[in-house]
Design a binder for this molecule. Structure first.
Ligand SMILES: NC(=O)c1ccc[n+]([C@@H]2O[C@H](COP(=O)([O-])OP(=O)(O)OC[C@H]3O[C@@H](n4cnc5c(N)ncnc54)[C@H](OP(=O)(O)O)[C@@H]3O)[C@@H](O)[C@H]2O)c1
Length: 270
């Protein structure tokens, strides 16, 4: 399943997937069929992602790899060298997607400084697509103005049934920006939500599969992670699950704006 920017809708998050256990989980994901991997300079998992892809024997073109630029690498002259180091660590020649991980905390680095470097990285061919993460509507508008001709392909944000980010998601849709959901399964707490639990029983599915199927039905990309093989496989099965229009509407009703990742230096959310 791919969206309009050819980003596979089902991705595998790599936060916490470090060392030999991390490589083992990544290999299970690759064997299961995941073809989209989400890493970041700050996760310390670029080595593991590169190693697992190499060991899988898959062609480079069969796998979609995203990394994210750390807030420590946004200053003048810093972004491109940091992306070159990421490519070395990943053992790749080019990223599929490079995101600004967070807007510069408290605006310490002006937005145009790092957005212009991101556009330059694209022009140099270091990455096929570029985008942002944790960007609000106002920040997306500023980024668009600084990006020149290079489209913002993606905004990766916290999004799951408990935090549906409807205003932001609608804005992204209208602007042709694909949305990637991080914490797409709300770190395993959705079994406590009665409507989700009832739907899981109805569809003979897990609460996490219900959440992922909802996100796919909305046209989003999702990047769940797990260190456990059975969960890696179970989460992947969600791509086969089709929810009725009524059940999608029922899941829309559980949105309560519950945000898990909210640093005090983060942006003023929509
Ligand atoms: N852009 C950003 O600022 C940002 C922020 C946070 C995350 N991310 C990205 O998003 C990815 C996903 O976010 P996340 O890892 O924080 O949250 P998540 O994918 O929503 O949840 C992962 C957690 O849920 C558990 N889990 C996985 N499958 C499960 C299942 N089927 N049933 C019950 N529990 C299950 C896992 O534990 P076990 O390992 O024990 O299974 C893990 O603790 C990250 O890996 C990262 O790539 C991006």
């Amino acid at each position: 399943m791919q969206n309009q920017t050819n980003i596979p809708q089902m991705g595998f998050g790599t936060y916490g997937r470090q060392g030999d256990a991390g490589i083992a989980a990544l290999l299970v994901a690759l064997e299961t069929g995941y073809r989209h991997f989400d890493t970041a300079q700050d996760y310390d998992t670029e080595t593991e992602v590169g190693e697992a892809i190499k060991r899988s024997g898959l062609k480079r073109s069969d796998v979609f790899v995203t990394t994210k630029i750390s807030t420590h690498n946004l200053g003048p002259g810093q972004l491109i060298p940091s992306l070159e180091r990421s490519l070395d660590t990943l053992q790749l020649d080019q990223l599929d997607l490079t995101l600004i991980h967070w807007p510069s905390p408290n605006g310490a680095v002006p937005l145009e400084v790092y957005i212009e470097q991101l556009a330059e990285a694209h022009a140099l061919g270091l990455t096929k697509l570029v985008g942002v993460s944790n960007f609000t509507i106002a920040l997306l508008e500023q980024a668009k103005a600084s990006m020149g001709d290079v489209p913002i392909s993606n905004n990766q944000v916290e999004l799951n049934p408990l935090l549906q980010n409807k205003r932001l998601a609608t804005h992204c849709k209208n602007e042709g920006i694909s949305v990637t959901c991080y914490l797409p399964i709300a770190r395993g707490v959705l079994g406590d939500v009665p409507i989700i639990r009832d739907l899981a029983i109805k569809y003979h599915a897990t609460p996490e599969q219900i959440a992922l199927a909802f996100e796919f039905a909305k046209g989003y990309i999702a990047i769940p992670t797990s260190g456990r093989a059975e969960r890696i496989r179970a989460n992947f099965e969600a791509i086969k699950l089709s929810l009725s229009v009524e059940d999608i509407a029922a899941i829309e009703s559980v949105d309560c704006g519950q945000r898990a990742i909210n640093p005090d230096w983060g942006p003023n959310w929509d």
